[in-house]
Design a protein around this ligand. Structure first.
Ligand SMILES: *Cc1c(COP(=O)(O)O)cnc(C)c1O
Length: 354
């Protein structure tokens, strides 16, 4: 080994879902939206192409226009908004900003698998209390001393959402550390913890444009919380790279937020398709956890998940399979269009009836 290699930071990186690119594939593996972003964003991109001279200039490092329209949308002050390059960026900055004690940060054993990657990267001690037998969070596990708490609500990949009382109970028991709620999937039928911001200055709510706003490719995420939390996050962010939000993203982000009717319609369509898919899957012998997200977490009564995953792949249908303890007999299936889900069900009929 070359001597300097001893000094490398060693990390086990997060593994994103694969991004295959076949002409007729059905891609249900990374919880993207099957519908295009708000029509106004396409128009904005065309206008940008004509004004590319604007790209000579640095973008607004405060992402002011976007923070302002998000603040208006959620009834908050602009000082309560932090904007970042996808919620992965926002969460990463939050970990670095808020988790700096010897006490462990707490998050469930089964949750978004980026949390332990950041904890390792930033050398933050952490513990992962196990979800119960029904894949629910046990609130008592979060009543103890800690260096911070991170919960995805709805949780991923389980799809299960907890209610506001549950979240508030955890906040009531945690007055001394920052509690981060990752609401990446909240728009598909869960209740947001935003109303609790007034009462709990240590609450940070994180959301993203990647799922419900159909803009995973634009990379926009945001956090909402007390101005003191947002100021602290910005200080850390500006100490790494001030200009993370590129100009086209800022422009398109504003367009997406302004078209609230389109946003609601997309979410409603996905919720309807989710209900239909759940019924069809049940008829084929699958059981799904109760979903409040844009995906279903499903296991079959007799055919192993891995076998189904591979058989679907053969048919150019991509879903997500996690070869991990407790969940290796589940498939995480993103809700696509009605036609995509019909094709999925037809394929599954052949696979599980054999
Ligand atoms: C998709 C997802 C994110 C990150 O999404 P970005 O594209 O980085 O905004 C964060 N948390 C959870 C639970 C997710 O599923």
């Amino acid at each position: 080994m070359r001597e300097w290699e001893n000094n490398f930071r060693r990390v086990e990186p997060y593994t994103p879902g694969e991004q295959p690119d076949f002409p007729d594939m059905i891609k249900l593996n990374t919880n993207e939206c099957p519908y295009p972003p708000a029509p106004r964003t396409a128009e904005a991109l065309r206008e940008l192409a004509l004004k590319s001279d604007r790209l000579r200039l640095y973008p607004d490092f405060r992402a002011g226009a976007l923070a302002e329209c998000l603040a208006r949308r959620y009834g908050l002050a602009q000082e309560q908004l932090f904007v970042g390059v996808g919620s992965d960026d926002v969460l990463s900055v939050a970990f670095l900003t808020f988790f700096n004690t010897e006490k462990p940060v707490l998050f469930p054993d089964i949750t978004y698998s980026f949390y332990d990657v950041w904890a390792e990267l930033y050398r933050i001690p952490y513990e992962r209390p196990a979800l119960d037998g029904n894949f629910r969070i046990r609130r008592e596990d979060y009543y103890r001393e800690n260096g911070g708490i991170v919960l995805a609500n709805p949780n991923a990949p389980t799809s299960i959402a907890e209610g506001l009382d549950f979240i508030e109970d955890i906040l009531k028991h945690n007055r001394k550390s920052v509690v981060i709620l990752d609401e990446a999937y909240v728009d598909f039928g869960a209740v947001s913890a935003l109303p609790l911001l007034e009462k709990y200055e240590n609450l940070l709510v994180v959301q993203t444009f990647s799922k419900s706003r159909a803009m995973a490719g634009m990379r926009i995420g945001y956090a909402m919380g007390h101005p003191s939390l947002i100021r602290a996050m910005n200080a850390v962010k500006y100490s790494i790279n001030s200009y993370t939000m590129n100009y086209p993203s800022l422009v398109c982000g504003v367009c997406a937020v302004e078209d609230d009717a389109y946003f609601r319609e997309c979410c409603a369509k996905i919720v309807r398709t989710r209900a239909w898919t759940g019924v069809q899957l049940a008829e084929l012998g699958f059981s799904c956890l109760e979903s409040s997200a844009n995906f279903l977490f499903a296991s079959h009564e007799s055919v192993p998940a891995k076998q189904i995953f591979e058989a679907l792949r053969e048919k150019n249908i991509f879903v997500r399979y996690f070869d991990k303890p407790r969940i290796r007999n589940f498939l995480r299936i993103t809700i696509g269009t009605d036609r995509q889900m019909q094709a999925l069900i037809e394929a599954l009929k052949q696979i599980v009836k054999q």
